[in-house]
Design a protein around this ligand. Structure first.
Ligand SMILES: [Zn+2]
Length: 111
């Protein structure tokens, strides 16, 4: 959702910061570029920004499942959907990712 708003280099930096893994369901997205998606933790329509402290890497399915939900609502939703889902661990992963510095790209990525 809304991936077009970021430059390619910015998308790449978000992906690297997220270790090419869905922060919500932990799927490894390294070899699945078509499933890589960027999510606004606080949805844009609720005032969430495009800044690194509000954007995480996730998979397309989690992004569409989260949709306009708050992180808290989404955590409860995932607990119902996925047996054994650890909502608090997910909250921690999201917090940690948002805090992490955006990686610097090597030359050739400037746009
Ligand atoms: Zn996912």
């Amino acid at each position: 959702m809304c991936n077009h708003i970021f430059a390619d280099s910015t998308r790449e930096r978000f992906k690297r910061r997220g270790n090419f893994q869905c922060v919500y369901c932990l799927d490894d997205l390294t070899k699945q570029p078509e499933r890589q998606s960027l999510d606004h933790v606080i949805p844009q329509h609720k005032g969430g920004s495009n800044q690194p402290n509000n954007v995480v890497l996730c998979c397309i399915s989690c992004n569409s499942r989260k949709n306009g939900k708050s992180l808290k609502q989404f955590g409860y939703y995932m607990e119902i959907k996925i047996h054994g889902y650890d909502r608090l661990a997910m909250h921690r992963r999201v917090r940690n990712q948002l805090r992490r510095k955006m990686p610097v790209l090597e030359q050739g990525w400037n746009d």
